[in-house]
Design a protein around this ligand. Structure first.
Ligand code: HEC
Length: 238
């Protein structure tokens, strides 16, 4: 008892913290204030701004490469032959669509996209509409908020290209539809700034455009002669 009274009475103020600790503490406080001042005044992009910039840069690359693609049946069908675009879309399909449609498109929650039976699609453009607007009551989001129109066109081409692979997977749903129509070699592809479409097959210089990217040869569907005639018409030759 006496001993503890004694130790109570003799209690001293604890020693001052060691100087390295004080230095660290002061450096921490100064660092905090300096960082806050820099963060609030300097033009440092936030993580959201960086994301938006990355998205804008990607859109710019896409536009430089493909222009603003017109969503139309023929453009969607033609882009199915653009191998590099389709490889890009295969990656995007993995990122955005595979969790419901499976990596190979054979379906999980979402239907099998590789067979000839479709629920919401009668013709090619319906693919674009489903991607853009989604199927809210079945849990498929509207992709218009996430993907650019050009990306939705190319994604439609990718989905259209899955058809016919008939991968064993989710059982066919919906009705069997007609095969995709034949591809015409020429037509409006892009809407240049200002929304004025070029005449088919012709660029602003009046020259016939070269084959759309990925369209390796105009002989598909045996239309080489036709293509040449159209091209000659536009370039003033015959
Ligand atoms: C959250 C799950 C989910 C995701 C992610 C998803 N889908 Fe779907 N999708 C569905 C469901 C479910 C349906 C079928 C709706 C129904 O049964 O009416 C569907 C239907 C479709 C259809 C119409 C199929 C038909 O038979 O008519 C297409 C095309 C399609 N999705 C493409 C895509 C693409 C492309 C993506 C990625 C950009 C995607 N989906 C992402 C769930 C999803």
């Amino acid at each position: 008892m006496a001993r503890s009274d004694e130790s109570l009475l003799s209690a001293r103020r604890p020693d001052a913290p060691p100087s390295w600790w004080t230095a660290l503490f002061v450096a921490g406080v100064v660092g905090c204030v300096a960082y806050a001042a820099w963060r609030l005044t300097a033009d440092v992009p936030t993580i959201y701004e960086r994301y938006e910039r990355a998205r804008a840069a990607q859109a710019e690359r896409l536009r430089a490469r493909y222009g603003a693609l017109v969503p139309s049946e023929q453009v969607i069908l033609r882009k199915m032959r653009d191998e590099s675009a389709m490889a890009g879309m295969a990656g995007m399909f993995q990122t955005h669509c595979a969790r419901c449609h499976k990596a190979d498109g054979s379906g999980i929650v979402g239907p099998n996209l590789t067979d000839d039976s479709w629920l919401h699609v009668d013709e090619v453009m319906d693919i674009y509409s489903v991607i853009r607007e989604g199927v809210a009551e079945k849990g498929m989001a509207a992709w218009a908020d996430t993907l650019r129109p050009t990306q939705m066109v190319l994604m439609s081409s990718y989905v259209a290209s899955l058809r016919g692979q008939a991968v064993e997977g989710k059982a066919a749903e919906g009705k069997r539809i007609e095969p995709w129509p034949a591809v015409e070699d020429r037509g409006d592809e892009t809407t240049p700034a200002g929304g004025i479409r070029r005449p088919s097959g012709q660029d602003s210089s009046g020259e016939a455009r070269s084959a759309p990217m990925g369209l390796r040869s105009p002989t598909i569907h045996g239309s080489e002669t036709r293509t040449r005639t159209i091209r000659d018409e536009f370039s003033g030759r015959s």
